[in-house]
Design a protein around this ligand. Sequence first.
Ligand SMILES: Cc1ncc(COP(=O)(O)O)c(C=O)c1O
Length: 303
Amino acid sequence: MQKAIIYLRQALAKKHGVTPEHIMLGNGSNELIELLVHAFVRPGDEAVVPHPSFVVYPMSVQASGGIRVVVMLKDHRLDLEGMARAITPLTKLVFIANPNNPTATMVTADEVERFMARIPERTIVVFDEAYIEFAQGPDFPDSLAYMKQGRKVAVLRTFSKAASLAGLRAGYGVADPDAIALLNRIRPPFNVNSLAQAAALAALDDESHVLECVRLIDAGRHFLYDEFKALGIKYVPSRANFILVDVGRSATEIYQKLLREGVIVRPMTSFGMETALRITIGTPQENRRLVAALRAVLGKTSA
Ligand SMILES: Cc1ncc(COP(=O)(O)O)c(C=O)c1O
């Protein structure tokens, strides 16, 4: 098991042009979010979190006795200006989910550059890039470059999404060795099991699987856009493997009806979006099944 950890950290270090001391493995990137908060947020400290976004950020901050400084999204996108303005001398962490869950929107390299110019040296910026493979392009920020320039930045990645290994629970963080050493002191000693390590190592070598997954999601995204347009459903253009849609009526009701058709989507009511659903892009067959079920529950006739 020790060997697999060493090989995995070495392979990740090589991939990102850093040393193994810059890499920390987690039981999913979820655990790394919790460890970062646990290590750096004391009672009374602040952490700036976007909303709606990944719920684990505010939950972890609250569990550590920290103060969640919530900055609402603007037009479904992270409001980086608002987040920069929300920083005070008490701010220890800022969470940037890029792409964001549940909106599937991303912030660009230019926007992040302006944001980083306004962030004080003492504040750690956490770039949570769980969905990066689906968003890659010339406009996607190189967040690791900030870390390499000596800025206080932690970059989180995962094998759960494009590598399709969510159940195995393997994620990693890249940060400066001092931060990683601190995190290592508080991490449970056996946080990533040996099967997950072996699978993650194999996944790193299997770029074609990731490319195929990204291609499938791209095709599915465009198929679903066309179908949503035909059904009169508004959607937020996505840079991830899910799409946020507005069904124009109770999302909970549509969710329950879809469930009876054997299709699981996520109502966004807990985020205060009463008519929104987050729909995961699936295989062509799953996408067709979703569209047929949606058409049926919305009472639309097929075209
Ligand atoms: C934005 C974001 N970050 C992190 C995670 C955690 O993923 P994992 O713990 O499987 O790596 C998720 C999972 O849904 C997510 O949406």
